[in-house]
Design a protein around this ligand. Sequence first.
Ligand SMILES: [Fe+2]
Length: 127
Amino acid sequence: MGFDQYHEPPEELPARTRTFARLCASLTEEAEAIGWYEQRLAVEQDPEALAVMRNAQTEEFKHFAMDLEFLLRRTPVWREIARGILFQEGDIVEAGEEAEEGAGLGGSGGGGQPGSLGIGSLKGAGL
Ligand SMILES: [Fe+2]
């Protein structure tokens, strides 16, 4: 098992941050698995093998969604931005910019108070 999900000395990181980093790594791995299955499904000709791989990819969708939900529950600003983008109709980039603005971070990559995650602006947001 690798420890490369840490970019700071793990012993200096609080347990909550280590858990967060583990779930971020897991989210990445689930997304990779979904992409790998997508490629395998695109080239496989055996119907039984296709059925097995479709089932496996569906499991990865579930794993990805559970990882994401965990991380969003732990990160109010991320959750607020995701709420404005996920399951919305229309232009994705526009929704992203509006979600970022709505979270008090400004559009195009932030621009809020330096060093602020905008958490204060979410007070009373029902998170
Ligand atoms: Fe998985």
